[in-house]
Design a protein around this ligand. Structure first.
Ligand code: MTE
Ligand code: MO
Length: 310
C-alpha cells in the first residue's frame, strides 16, 4: 500500500470526484495509514493487521510460490494442483454445524461473514514434510465460529470435514487413490479450538482465498503440522469422542491426532529438526510449537503421556 501524504485540498481527486466518494476515499486512506499494511499488497478494504502477528520473523513467502506449491490431495498428490483446483465450486457454500450443539444449523458463508470480525495475520506454516512458508492470512479466530455454533458443555472435540465431490475433485474419484478415506477430516480439542491461534482463513495476500489454498474457508493451526489445517471446510461437528483424522486413518504410526511441531521428535521416515523455507533457499532449525509456544504450551502441560508430537 502506497499512501501519499498530502493535504486534502492538494489532492487532485478533490477536483474530479463527487464529494461522497472523495469523503469515503479519505476515510479509507486514513484507515490504511493507521493500520500497518503489508507492503505491496492491494487491499479491497481495510482489514486490520493483528499486532500480535505482524512479523513472522521471516519474509512473507511470495504469492506466486504459495499458490503453486500446495498440498490438496482432493486434486492429486502433486504440489502443482492450482489449475486442477479451479474446478472447485465455491459458490454457493454453506457450513453444517451439528453434533453436541444447542441447535444444529446450516450457515451460508455470506451470512457467516456478516457475523465475524476479520483480521489479518502473518504467520509461519510448517508442513510435516519439513518445508515451511510465511503467509499473510485474512480470517477470524475459530472461537468466533464456536460461539455462533453454541456447543453444549459435553462437547469435548471439534471435528472438521472437507467437501466430498468426485465431480469437482478428481482425487476423490473411485480408484484415483486406492482406499483414501474421503472426505478429509481433522479434529481439535475444544481448548485448542478456543485458543486464539486457531484461525479460520478466508483470504490470503489481501484477496479472497485461492482455490488451491482451500477456498472459501479453511483452518490454520500454526503450532501444528500443516495437515491439521484442513481446507474447504463444509462441516463442523462437536463430539464427545476424539475424531480420527484423514492421515491418522491412513497411517496412524506416522500421523497422529496432536501433530504439534517438535524438532526433537522425528517422523518415522525423516528428521523434523530443520525445515526448508520456501523461496529463501535456506534450511533453518525448526522451533518447538513452530515458535508459538507462548500461546499454546499450557494446553499440553498435563498431557505428557499423549503422543503430542506426531
Ligand atoms: N482438505 C484438505 N486439507 C488439507 C490438505 C489436503 O490434502 N486436503 N493438505 C494439508 C497439508 S499436508 C498442508 S501442508 C496444508 C497446505 O496448505 P497450503 O496449500 O495452503 O500451503 O493444507 C492441509 N489441508
Ligand atoms: Mo503438510
Amino acid at each position: 500500500m502506497h499512501v501519499i501524504h498530502r493535504r486534502a485540498w492538494e489532492l487532485p481527486e478533490h477536483l474530479v470526484t463527487a464529494e461522497h466518494v472523495f469523503f469515503n476515499r479519505r476515510k479509507f486512506m486514513a484507515a490504511a495509514a493507521a493500520s500497518a499494511f503489508l507492503p505491496g499488497v492491494a487491499h479491497a478494504n481495510a482489514v486490520p493487521l493483528n499486532p500480535k502477528f505482524q512479523d513472522a520473523g521471516r519474509p512473507v513467502t511470495s504469492e506466486e510460490t504459495n499458490t503453486n506449491y500446495n498440498n490438496f490431495y482432493e486434486f492429486g498428490s502433486s504440489k502443482r494442483i492450482s489449475s486442477i483446483a479451479e474446478s472447485l465450486v465455491t459458490k454457493p457454500w454453506s457450513l453444517t454445524i451439528d453434533g453436541e450443539v444447542e441447535a444444529p444449523q446450516t450457515l451460508d458463508i455470506d451470512d457467516l461473514m456478516k457475523q465475524v470480525t476479520l483480521e489479518q495475520r502473518i504467520v509461519r506454516h510448517r508442513c510435516v514434510e519439513a518445508w515451511s512458508m510465511v503467509v499473510p492470512w485474512t480470517g477470524f479466530p475459530l472461537s468466533q465460529l464456536v460461539a455462533i455454533a453454541r456447543p453444549k458443555a459435553d462437547a469435548k472435540y471439534l471435528r472438521l470435514e472437507t467437501f466430498n465431490n468426485p465431480d469437482m475433485a478428481p482425487g476423490q474419484k473411485p480408484g484415483f487413490f486406492s482406499s483414501y478415506p474421503w472426505p478429509y477430516v481433522e479434529g481439535l480439542t475444544m481448548a485448542e479450538a478456543m485458543n486464539e491461534l486457531a484461525f479460520m482463513v478466508t483470504g490470503a495476500y489481501g484477496k479472497d482465498l485461492p482455490k488451491s489454498m482451500g477456498a472459501p474457508i479453511r483452518l490454520h493451526t500454526p503450532w501444528k503440522y500443516g495437515f491439521k489445517s484442513i481446507k474447504s471446510v463444509v462441516r463442523l461437528s462437536f463430539t464427545r469422542e476424539r475424531p480420527v483424522s484423514f492421515w491418522e486413518q491412513l497411517g496412524p504410526q506416522e500421523y497422529g491426532f496432536w501433530a504439534n511441531v517438535n524438532p526433537d521428535v522425528s517422523h518415522p521416515r525423516w528428521s523434523q529438526a530443520s525445515e526448508e523455507v520456501l523461496d529463501s533457499g535456506e534450511r533453518v532449525p525448526t522451533l518447538l510449537f513452530n515458535g508459538y509456544g507462548e500461546f499454546v504450551a499450557d494446553l499440553y502441560k498435563d498431557m505428557q503421556n499423549e503422543p503430542l508430537w506426531m
